[in-house]
Write a protein that binds this ligand. Structure first.
Ligand SMILES: Cc1cc2nc3c(=O)[nH]c(=O)nc-3n(C[C@H](O)[C@H](O)[C@H](O)COP(=O)(O)OP(=O)(O)OC[C@H]3O[C@@H](n4cnc5c(N)ncnc54)[C@H](O)[C@@H]3O)c2cc1C
Length: 328
């Protein structure tokens, strides 16, 4: 491994000061499960790592009827937090399904949201793809069974964070801190689609900024469903998953929010599915029609057309769950 220096700041200002405006020169270290693995695999080779675990907030505090979650909070603490579970059940559901107990005890909210793609070409030092400064994406002509079915090109990664999807669904805002101060970015605008200007990145965070907090607004009167489909029930990323939020008046859906994960380079919102639910009473047929609408327009690669049905099932079941109906 390339030698690197280690900085251990005790407040967020010093942590930001230890970063660098140069891409991947100095990187924040939280639980280290993604960063250290990338360093050991020669995928990322920073000159300096900045431990943020002693610098960033790791608590949940009330904020204007909602909650403010510190980026250093462990995923296990998020999953088990009573107020998070009561106010934002889909966030708790996503957190409890991440990886294994060991991963949830070590991994943080900030690390989860900023983890890099799991694409096997990106993770292999031999493949110099767009993400590593190369000029191609190997997945369209290669092994692409877990890649994007929406929004792909020039790269076809899917965003790896399970927490990102419910945070987008609940209209969370991320607090970022940099040398010029803080800025607040809606979760839906934080994650970026690949384009040739920002091809190495998955979000708007600058190299000398930290994500310090996730701010969740008051949830209102919403019912939620969160459904993930995996190859195996133990440690793995989902093949596809969905968070669904329904605002109900009696048994009628006033408004819906449908966001899918592991299908696109960003959490993928389906307005078509939301429209298919608005004004309706949820029945199995309505849920199936909305799921059908959610996957309309999917553009699978050579080996991942099966993900369309998997994602459809995830959306349909998340809708049924939100409506309190049994999953067949
Ligand atoms: C077997 C296995 C299964 C897994 N399954 C899932 C799954 O189902 N769902 C899922 O979402 N994840 C899954 N993961 C990934 C795991 O959740 C992440 O690796 C972990 O959440 C990363 O958190 P960390 O605190 O260890 O991050 P680190 O490795 O410390 O950091 C990750 C990245 O984020 C950056 N970073 C860290 N904190 C901040 C911050 N505050 N601001 C800005 N940048 C920051 C780091 O520089 C680094 O690039 C799995 C991992 C494994 C090994």
């Amino acid at each position: 491994m390339k030698p690197f220096s280690y900085v251990n700041p005790t407040n967020e200002k010093d942590a930001v000061a230890a970063l660098s405006p140069e891409y991947e020169k100095a990187l924040p270290l939280a639980g280290g499960q993604d960063l250290l693995a990338r360093m050991k695999d020669y995928v990322t080779q920073p000159d300096r790592i900045v431990n943020v675990k002693n610098a960033l907030d790791a608590t949940v505090t009330p904020a204007s009827g909602g909650l403010r979650i510190g980026a250093a909070m462990k995923m296990v603490d998020l999953a088990e937090h009573a107020e998070v579970g009561r106010m934002y059940p889909a966030v708790a559901a996503a957190a409890i399904e991440v990886g294994t107990p060991q991963i949830r005890h070590q991994g943080t909210v900030g690390g989860n949201l900023n983890q890099r793609p799991r694409c096997w070409y990106y993770r292999n030092e031999e493949f110099v793809c767009f993400k590593k400064g190369g000029n191609t994406c190997f997945s369209p002509a290669g092994e692409n069974q877990f890649h994007a079915i929406f929004g792909g090109g020039p790269t076809f990664i899917v965003h790896p964070s399970s927490l990102a999807v419910p945070f987008v669904a609940y209209h969370a805002t991320f607090r970022l801190l940099g040398p010029k101060g803080e800025r607040l970015v809606p979760a839906a605008e934080y994650f970026t689609m690949p384009n040739l200007q920002n091809i190495q990145r998955e979000n708007v965070l600058q190299p000398d900024e930290l994500l310090t907090h996730v701010i969740l607004p008051a949830p209102g009167n919403v019912k939620s469903g969160h459904y993930e489909v995996r190859y195996k029930a133990s440690h793995d990323w989902p093949i596809a998953f969905a968070t669904v939020l329904l605002t109900m008046t009696g048994s009628t859906v006033q408004g819906a929010r449908v966001v899918m994960g592991a299908v696109a380079p960003v959490p993928w919102r389906s307005q078509a599915a939301e429209q298919a639910l608005a004004g309706r009473t949820i029945t199995p047929e309505v849920a199936a029609a909305a799921a059908e609408a959610a996957l309309r327009g999917a553009m699978p690669l050579s080996q991942n057309a099966y993900k369309i049905q998997v994602a459809k099932t995830a959306v349909e079941r998340a809708i049924l769950q939100a409506a309190g109906l049994p999953i067949a």
